[in-house]
Design a protein around this ligand. Sequence first.
Ligand code: ADP
Length: 270
Amino acid sequence: MPINIEGLKFTYSNGGPFEKNALHDINIDIQNGEFIGIIGHTGSGKSTLIQHLNGILKPTAGRVIINGIDTKQKDLKELRRQVGIVFQYPEHQLFEDTVKKDISFGLLKQGLSEEEIQQRVISALHSVGLDESILEKSPFELSGGQKRRVAIAGVVAMMPKILVLDEPTAGLDPSGRDEIFGYIKELHRDFNMTVILVSHSMEDIAKLAGRVIVMNEGTVYMDKPSGEVYTQPDQLEKIGLSAPQITYLMKRLKTILPDIDENIFTVEAA
Ligand code: ADP
């Protein structure tokens, strides 16, 4: 199994006065090429979970195995090559004086030739809808949306097999959001990348992901193909969605999955 999370438990400040159990007995298997959406309230454990995928956090109990690599091992170089994580507001991590240097930063450690680095940088730029003309610019001269895309390009340039994105469109306007989601969809399709997208927006997840994991209070509350999650309004209500939100989602589902059985819309969402 490419991603195998078994009995994962994580406690912040384990044994200390501010001990906090953030994840309890998480079991998730993910296949190559899946597009997974992770949703859940603030504090439900989404960020803690994704930080286990490249070994930033290590399980307090249980294990996380990525393509045969146990994240508990010390040498995480190969793991970090395979799993790229785009954190929230990734543009805050841009620090070089040119876009080119920022995008190639991770590549420099990989022993690639100058030409290869150049090629990877350009192809990563293209994959987020930018071009060579901005290579020598300072990231700080760019618009908010462009900065975000440069930051994503820096992760994409590493050509990770698994791309994890934590609220990649937070703070962008609707057209900026649609653009970024469009590029993520293409990366998934063209490179068969496994994509794990954390979002608080059910609608975005419904549009993109084939499978949805709903987190609640540090546990996996639901893990199903997206269509099935949206056919269980009573379950959605339990995680705090209002009746109008559920009705809206049901309507949207009809446009996304036109073949779906009409009967599900007769379920009373109140
Ligand atoms: P989400 O990403 O779903 O908002 P988090 O994974 O950030 O949730 O948080 C899960 C739980 O762990 C929350 O109760 C949060 O307060 C707690 N938590 C997160 N980071 C820390 C930390 N560095 N120290 C202690 N507790 C934390």
